[in-house]
Design a protein around this ligand. Structure first.
Ligand SMILES: Nc1ncnc2c1ncn2[C@@H]1O[C@H](COP(=O)(O)OP(=O)(O)O)[C@@H](O)[C@H]1O
Ligand SMILES: [Mg+2]
Length: 331
């Protein structure tokens, strides 16, 4: 076990080649590993970032180092999976005090063992600030967001009058998600009105909790995405990951006002580094994905590391390069 910071330093010193990044990154299950499970009639599902093994009693979520942006695969970020698993573990444990979560335990640095649920096919996005796709749409004159009407005069990067929920219906892997109002979700049979009430209540409570806790660490939780599901007993739980840099925007609180006063964007602690780079190359989700330089990928890894280490309060350790999925005993 060695601090992840040291592995990242080693990669930077080795000319930051794509090959070095590859050696240090966990890409996901190999074909042989997938076959191993398929032969045993165990379901393996490959998400954009994580891979799942599902049995009746448990769901193992394997965190790979794949990076997705604009719903596309853009490259590998060494040790991102370990960092994300640590951040998810931290938040899901903390959130258990306010809502039912799906977390059971973390049997390996990259794996979370969870309660399998039937997901509601909706990404519940909660926004506290004018940012991202909403800021771009607002600038174009759009005022209606998923059934919420926003007033005139809101400025990019500023806080919204109150947090709002902008749900999107969950599309298949690498497809773009679609905005929907709660009425549309209910009409489409994604959930009932009563279920939506419960989901929205939990999302708002989680967001408040996340904002408060992140602020104690000096960061603003700008917006985030939650997923919910029903377990075998019918209980609604928050599933997936919560408050991670993959599912959220985070800004530095200390410099926020100063940056805005200077007409600059806030200091960001999330995937925005890579998103910005891709946008500067003229990419916003369509066509060939530009190659992201290794220095950008390492900078992103360092951002994730900072978030993880600040939350857990100590150096984040890793067993090192992992080319094969760890074997976790299934219950
Ligand atoms: N407890 C759970 N039960 C069932 N599915 C879950 C649970 N937690 C997370 N998931 C699903 O696991 C997947 C996580 O992998 P990810 O790489 O994010 O995939 P995606 O490409 O679908 O976003 C998501 O599709 C999410 O809905
Ligand atoms: Mg996902």
């Amino acid at each position: 076990m060695k601090p992840i910071r040291e592995y990242l330093k080693e990669i930077s010193q080795q000319n930051e080649s794509d090959q070095t990044v590859e050696i240090h990154s966990f890409k996901g299950f190999s074909e042989a590993e997938k076959k191993h499970y398929a032969d045993r009639h165990i379901t393996v599902y490959a998400g954009k970032v994580r891979e799942l093994i599902r049995t009746e009693k448990e769901l193992l979520i394997y965190h790979t180092d794949r990076l997705s942006a604009f719903d596309r695969y853009v490259g590998l970020v060494p040790y991102k999976g370990t960092m994300l698993a640590a951040i998810s573990d931290y938040w899901l444990k903390a959130a258990a005090a306010i809502v039912p979560t799906h977390l059971i335990d973390r049997p390996h640095e990259r794996v979370l063992r969870c309660i399998p649920c039937t997901p509601f096919k909706v990404e519940v996005i909660v926004r506290g600030y004018m940012a991202g796709s909403m800021a771009r749409a607002y600038q174009k004159g759009i005022r209606e967001f998923c059934g919420v009407h926003l007033p005139e005069g809101l400025e990019a990067y500023h806080q919204l009058p109150a947090p709002i929920i902008t749900p999107t219906t969950k599309a298949a892997a690498y497809e773009h998600d679609e905005d929907a109002s709660p009425e549309q979700l209910i009409a489409q049979g994604v959930c009932t009105a009563q279920e939506w009430q419960e989901i929205a209540r939990m999302a708002v409570a989680l967001f408040k909790f996340g904002q408060e806790k992140y602020l104690e660490k000096g960061w603003i939780l700008v917006d985030t995405k939650y997923e919910f599901g029903r377990d075998a007993e019918g209980k609604i739980r928050v599933i997936d990951e919560i408050h991670t840099p993959d599912s959220s925007r985070l800004w530095v609180e200390k410099t926020y006002s100063h940056q805005l006063a200077r007409g600059e964007s806030p200091e960001m602690l999330d995937k925005e580094i890579v998103r910005r780079y891709l946008m500067d190359q003229g990419f916003s989700g369509h066509g060939t994905v530009p190659r992201v330089p290794v220095s950008k990928l390492i900078a992103l890894a360092e951002t994730y590391l900072k978030v993880a280490e600040t939350l857990i309060g100590r150096d984040l350790m890793s067993e090192g390069p992992l080319q094969h999925a760890p074997e976790i005993a299934l219950h």
